[in-house]
Design a protein. Structure first.
Length: 250
């Protein structure tokens, strides 16, 4: 990855094989050289998306992985398997997994350790709930998640952080530019304490949560925002292309 902003499409539990092929073809036919683009489809699509992106600069990621490399873990997938199918990224600790699968910071750090040891870049999600925001605990909440979700071995190359306020996901509400800036600063401050100032400045911090074709130019222009993690709008070809075309070179 170079110094372009990073745009990650998190397809969540959506899309058939035919829909995936059509969407990727729409992206590869468009002029989307402005950003580093990563597509994270569901597991059944990884192989077909990998084939469909083969002549493009789009990279492949998954939405989760286990912390073991293999074994008796029914229904799970390992980082080595993701590498095998062509992934170079994996999203970890998304709030939907923290909530629906009771994932803790500690579990996420174990997954991130295994993922990075396998050569994947882990995109680790952090973000405050509505209650935490209302109680003025946003910085405290994201700092704590950064502190305990990152593996000790992290550096600016093997980890990307996505700031995703839980209350902003999938509902067309976004924080103000000041609120995004403040949370990103809290994340970088936490990295500085864990590691050093250079890593804190270098590490990529994305924004996610109702980022769409209408607000992309405003959000992606905020200094310290290194790109976006996009859910709903990443499933709509033209909207996703518009978001990519609103990225800026760092
Ligand atoms: P959204 O999802 O863009 O649909 O809000 C973002 C995410 O959950 O990663």
């Amino acid at each position: 990855m170079d110094n372009k902003q990073i745009i990650v499409g998190n397809w969540k539990m959506n899309s058939s094989i035919d829909e995936a092929k059509a969407l990727i073809n729409e992206l590869t036919n468009a002029n989307i050289g402005m950003a580093d683009v990563i597509i994270c489809p569901s597991y059944h699509l990884l192989n077909i998306v990998n084939e469909t992106i083969s002549n493009s600069n789009i990279k492949l990621g998954a939405q989760d992985c286990h912390y073991e490399l293999k074994g008796a873990y029914t229904g799970d997938i390992s980082p080595e398997m993701l590498k095998d199918v062509g992934c170079s990224y994996v999203i970890l600790g998304h709030s939907e997994r923290r909530k629906n699968h009771f994932e803790t910071n500690y579990l996420i750090s174990k997954k991130a350790k295994a993922a990075t040891a396998s050569g994947l870049t882990a995109i680790i999600c952090v973000g405050e709930t509505k209650t935490e925001r209302d109680e003025g605990k946003t910085s405290e909440s994201v700092s704590k998640q950064v502190k305990f979700s990152l593996p000790k071995e992290f550096n600016a190359e093997n980890i990307i952080i996505a700031y995703e306020p839980v209350w902003a996901i999938g509902n067309n509400v976004t924080p103000s530019e000041e609120q995004i800036d403040e949370a990103h600063k809290a994340i970088r401050d936490a990295i500085k304490i864990l590691k050093d100032e250079e890593t804190a400045n270098k590490i990529k911090v994305l924004y996610g949560g109702s980022l769409n074709a209408d607000n992309a130019s405003k959000i992606l222009a905020i200094s310290g925002v290194d790109g976006g993690l996009i859910g709903g709008a990443s499933l709509k070809g033209q909207d996703f292309i518009t978001i990519i075309n609103n990225t800026k070179k760092q």
